[in-house]
Design a protein around this ligand. Structure first.
Ligand code: 13P
Length: 283
């Protein structure tokens, strides 16, 4: 079916007590396998691309690949710009018919984050497109987006409420102890803070940096009311592991051949994450 509104997916998740798994893709093979796996599990799914991926393949190409694969299935598929790094980037994604965008003003002083985020919300409203904001700073590296160790700032619940009200964002990414990329030790989430944020803020809350997070931490966050969980690094690792293994055999030279095992590993990862988020059987 055609791509669906991200808003509907997140509000259904909020009502239903599960989270929609959101997967970052880098290429056609990943778009195909994520949507095919979600179809097998009868799960709604959000496909995301970062600015780094957009610079690599282009918004129109990425949107077209995802739309073609979504047209073959009857599960709802939404397409989201992850970590939009400027007003212009978000406007371009809206122009390319993404179904939602994130504006990440989390590194800015609070008032500047509010102003930037509100400007994107106002522009997106003209096309009825949803906007995800971010408040607080996650550690780690997500493609071109990096926060050095020690620069993390956990989201303040009262400020999150104020942010949601002042900006009108439709969903909010929060910092409660997760990090993008690989974890150095066992991540410890501040569940009390997360609970408080969810009680105070009346819009879907998003958990970033879920690669490497223990399953119990993800499912506990979902039980508390998180509605969207982002996975990127583990998919990249799965794809690359498969390609690397196949290319040990130097007689292999065809991308159609050496992508296959990577796709299988990505499918296994996606399946696992969908089940942890509880969105299997929700489509
Ligand atoms: P990971 O790379 O840690 O899975 O984080 C994904 C993410 O939050 C994308 O925005």
């Amino acid at each position: 079916m055609p791509l669906v509104s991200t808003r509907d997916l997140l509000l259904d998740a909020k009502r239903g007590g599960y989270a929609v798994a959101a997967f970052n893709i880098e290429n056609m093979e990943m778009a195909q396998i994520v949507i095919q796996t979600a179809t097998e599990l009868r799960s709604p799914v959000i496909i995301q691309t970062t600015p780094g991926t957009v610079n690599y393949a282009g918004l129109d190409m990425l949107r077209a690949m995802v739309a073609v694969e979504a047209a073959k299935t009857d599960i709802p598929v939404a397409m989201h710009l992850d970590h939009g790094d400027s007003y212009e980037r978000c406007i371009a994604a809206i122009g390319a018919n993404y179904t939602s965008v994130m504006i990440d003003g989390s590194k800015l002083p609070y008032e500047e984050n509010v102003t930037l985020t509100k400007s994107v919300v106002d522009a997106a409203a003209k096309q009825d497109i949803d906007v995800e904001g971010e408040l607080g700073t996650l550690g780690g590296k997500e493609d071109t987006h990096e926060v050095k160790a020690g620069a993390e700032i956990y989201t303040d619940p009262a400020q999150a409420k104020d942010f949601a009200e002042k900006t009108g964002v439709h969903s909010l990414a929060v910092a409660v102890g997760t990090a993008h990329g690989f974890y150095k030790g066992e991540p410890k989430l501040d569940f009390d803070r997360l609970k408080k944020i969810i009680e105070l803020v009346n819009i879907p809350i998003v958990l970033h940096g879920a690669s490497g997070l223990p399953d119990e931490a993800v499912s506990r966050s979902v039980k508390l009311g998180v509605c969207k969980v982002n996975f990127a690094t583990e998919l990249r690792v799965a794809m690359t592991k498969g390609v690397r293994e196949v290319l040990q055999d130097e007689s292999v030279y065809d991308p159609k051949v050496y992508m296959k095992l990577g796709k299988k590993y990505v499918a296994e990862t996606v399946k696992h994450k969908i089940i942890v988020c509880g969105c299997n059987g929700k489509a």
